[in-house]
Design a protein around this ligand. Structure first.
Ligand SMILES: Nc1nc2c(ncn2[C@@H]2O[C@H](COP(=O)(O)OP(=O)(O)OP(=O)(O)O)[C@@H](O)[C@H]2O)c(=O)[nH]1
Ligand SMILES: [Mg+2]
Length: 461
């Protein structure tokens, strides 16, 4: 763990910076109540009890001046977000006002909280596991209503239970393997080999595989599908972006090479969030800046979940079109023949031949013709990767990578068992697999856990 002290009192502004009706300052740690008693004067001079809301005034102790009229709550440990004593001050929200209140609080021997530190404490104090901690951020970042449902499932703790259940099964198998190591003469050993094999394959490996496969659903509902518009210069990529988002966001012009930067925005089609990016047209670049743009475009295309490859059907294919079409992965590509309002000059047969199994949709970005069909094609492409959500955990990249490592060890154990290798070897793989499963929930984790995960959280969360 990083050098964060765990027994000091921390505070942060928990609401976004800016002017609004209400802003919240959150304090967690042993000094919380003392601070509230020192800085808050309740309207009816009441003493502060836990889990109640009080109206009153927040004071500057150096002058005894009122800083703001506030509502204050105190929640004593352990029934709180962090499992420590917590005080929350609801004040008016103005940047200067909030930072003044925070400064007064900090002057009482309180440390400014780091991003995600409240949630980190909830994790350290065993109120939540790592999956739940990550789900908090998913919920805040959710890009769709279904994303909210998924995040809440993980937040409920069911996902952690599911993974711990699999870990416990692996622990049972390890115990069986250890018995076989200790009593090699026992007759029941062959029997236990088969039992281990069966349970490993059906009880652990198969559910882990299912969980890993559902990662793609997460991309769809929580993170947003990375969609890139690509194609040679002047084919109408920026016109298409504007048409899809119904806004003049990207510059459109008849001059080839208009777009150079990546133009990113979010688009919803039937409630599905897409992170869509318009890119520089592909050609032998004319100047250094355009070349940089084309490089960025190629890079983004490689990382994309879906590529919309735009061809201008009013012109014959050129080498840039051919190279693009033949290099496309048909599982993630939709070919768009644009400008159908103009006479056709492209050889459609050749497009089909070059693009293999990719879907082809004909549109006019200028008139809007065919855009509905394109949207349907996009939704269909996405649905191909949606696994439906049977299991509770829809893993993020970190969880998926730990699960994949577990899977590798479990597969090793299976093949070693089948080859009749000694139980000692099988036990080694089982142990590693168990460790990887525990990484998912955070039961075993490296020292840099805060830096890797929690430091990306919002301030005050
Ligand atoms: N007739 C017709 N013209 C179109 C259509 N789509 C785009 N255009 C025109 O084609 C030209 C290029 O459009 P852009 O959207 O800037 O093309 P682009 O692919 O982004 O171009 P670069 O950024 O230079 O690569 C503009 O003059 C558009 O008005 C279409 O469907 N029909
Ligand atoms: Mg453009």
């Amino acid at each position: 763990m990083s050098n964060l002290q765990e027994n000091d009192t921390i505070a942060a502004i928990a609401t976004p910076y800016g002017m609004a009706g209400i802003g919240i300052i959150r304090i967690s740690g042993p000094l919380s109540l003392t601070i509230a008693e020192r800085l808050f004067r309740s309207s009816k001079n009441r003493s502060i009890e836990s889990h109640r809301l009080y109206h009153g005034h927040f004071l500057d102790p150096s002058s005894d001046e009122v800083i703001d009229e506030v509502l204050l709550s105190y929640m004593n440990a352990p029934h709180t977000y962090t499992r420590e004593d917590i005080v929350e001050i609801n004040s008016h929200s103005g940047p200067v006002l909030l930072s003044k209140i925070l400064q007064v609080v900090l002057a009482q021997g309180v440390r400014l909280a780091k991003p995600g530190e409240f949630t980190f404490r909830a994790f350290l104090n065993n109120r939540i596991d790592l999956i739940q901690a990550e789900a908090v951020m998913d919920l805040i970042n959710a890009k769709s209503e279904r994303g909210i449902i998924l995040s809440n499932r993980q937040l409920s703790g069911e996902s952690g239970k599911e993974i711990r259940g699999l870990r416990d099964k692996a622990l049972d198998l390890l115990a069986m393997a250890e018995v076989a190591i200790d009593y090699p003469e026992e007759e029941s050993i062959t029997h236990s080999n088969e039992a281990i094999l069966y349970e490993l394959t059906n009880g652990i490996i198969s559910p882990v595989e299912k969980i890993i496969a559902s990662h793609s659903s997460r991309k769809i509902w929580i993170e947003g599908i990375d969609t890139v518009i690509t194609g040679r210069v002047n084919t109408g990529k920026s016109s298409l972006l504007n048409r899809l988002i119904k806004e003049e966001k990207a510059i459109v012009s008849p001059i080839p090479g208009t777009t150079r930067d990546l133009i990113e925005t979010t688009l919803y089609i039937k409630g599905i969030p897409l992170k869509i990016t318009d890119t520089a047209g592909l050609r032998e670049g004319k100047d250094a800046i355009e070349l940089i743009g084309i490089d960025l475009a190629r890079k983004r295309l490689k990382e994309a979940d879906i590529a919309l490859a735009v061809i201008d059907q009013s012109r014959p294919l050129d080498e840039n079109d051919r190279e693009l079409l033949s290099g496309m992965d048909s599982s993630k590509c939709i070919i768009i023949l644009n400008k159908v309002d103009l006479p056709k000059a492209v050889n459609e047969e050749e497009v089909r031949e070059l693009s293999g199994k990719s879907d082809i949709v004909k549109i006019s970005a200028l008139t809007g013709e065919g855009i509905d069909l394109l949207e349907e094609a996009i939704v269909e492409k996405i649905s191909e990767t949606d696994t439906g959500i049977e299991n509770h955990l829809v893993p993020n990249i970190r969880q998926k990578s730990a699960l994949s490592k577990a899977l590798e060890h479990l597969h090793n154990a299976v093949s070693n068992l089948r080859q009749g290798q000694p139980m000692e070897i099988i036990a080694v793989d089982l142990k590693s697999g168990i460790e990887n499963l525990e990484e998912v929930t955070g039961e075993t984790s490296g020292d840099d856990l805060y830096d890797r995960i929690f430091s990306n959280f919002c301030l005050g969360k």
